[in-house]
Ligand binder design. Structure first.
Ligand code: BTN
Length: 240
């Protein structure tokens, strides 16, 4: 089923995910919240997300049947951003496990999927894309990039957000049909991580090995130096 996804546009919000959560609690669904900037943009593990004017900050709100499958929505969002960015800029775009989109090895987009449980469960798929920013705070300056930095052009935020939603809507049909295998298969085609030797920093420890696969639950599969296989469920990946 295709959704309409009406846009709700704001100049400033604390976080588009928070606004989408309010809408979810009011019973709304299948909509997109966009803000020109955020005062408390956040990333995974409660990290701050630099949210100055010029970037794209949006959250897709959806009712979901199975709240435990929301990781696939993160993958769908990453592929959608990769396709939309490639289309408007021609840049070579990759997805990085579990929730990033990269250009030339630098992070151009992060995705934060949160859930709301209730009579009807919802997923909030938050997308932060660095579009027209010319620079970033020094703490992330060497890891982050933007469309502007990469191409020296400015981009229409509305146009990009519409393209992302169009791609998301197309891929969402696999999710709706519970064809999760197809989502993983497409994600792997854009993968920056697979085949590389990586260091995975997780909440329980650090593991170094070759990223050999992403399993059917979206976990990263590493082959460690001793030949054993380690499933990484959460954490940060660094190419070594
Ligand atoms: C990450 O890389 O850790 C995820 C970053 C997600 C940022 C986006 S911006 C729109 C939405 N609102 C937020 O507060 N966060 C997400």
């Amino acid at each position: 089923m295709k959704h309409d996804f009406p846009f709700y546009n704001f100049d400033v919000l604390s976080s588009t995910n928070d606004k989408a959560r309010e809408f979810a609690k009011e019973g709304k669904s299948s909509l997109v919240v966009v803000a020109e900037r955020q005062e408390k943009g956040r990333g995974r593990f409660g990290r701050e997300w630099s949210s100055s004017f010029g970037g794209l900050y949006m959250t897709i709100l959806l009712h979901v049947k199975d709240i435990n499958k929301s990781r696939y929505l993160t993958f769908i969002a990453a592929i959608s951003v990769a396709r939309a960015v490639r289309e408007i800029s021609g840049l070579d775009v990759k997805v990085k496990w579990p929730n990033d989109v990269l250009v030339n090895g630098k992070k151009i987009c992060g995705i934060l999927t949160e859930t709301v449980s209730g009579k009807k469960s919802s997923a909030l798929v938050g997308i932060g894309l660095n579009a027209n920013q010319k620079k970033f705070p020094r703490s992330i300056g060497n890891k982050a990039t933007s469309l502007k930095i990469q191409t020296n052009k400015n981009y229409g935020i509305k146009k990009i957000s519409k393209l992302i939603i169009m791609e998301f809507n197309n891929l969402y049909s696999y999710y709706d049909k519970r064809n999760y295998g197809k989502i993983i298969e497409i994600w792997k085609k854009y993968s920056h991580t697979l085949g590389k030797t990586v260091k995975a920093k997780t909440l329980t420890g650090t593991y170094t090995g070759k990223a050999v696969d992403v399993d059917s639950d979206c976990n990263l599969v590493l082959r460690l130096n001793d030949g054993s296989v380690k499933k990484i469920v959460e954490g940060d990946i660094f190419v070594v």
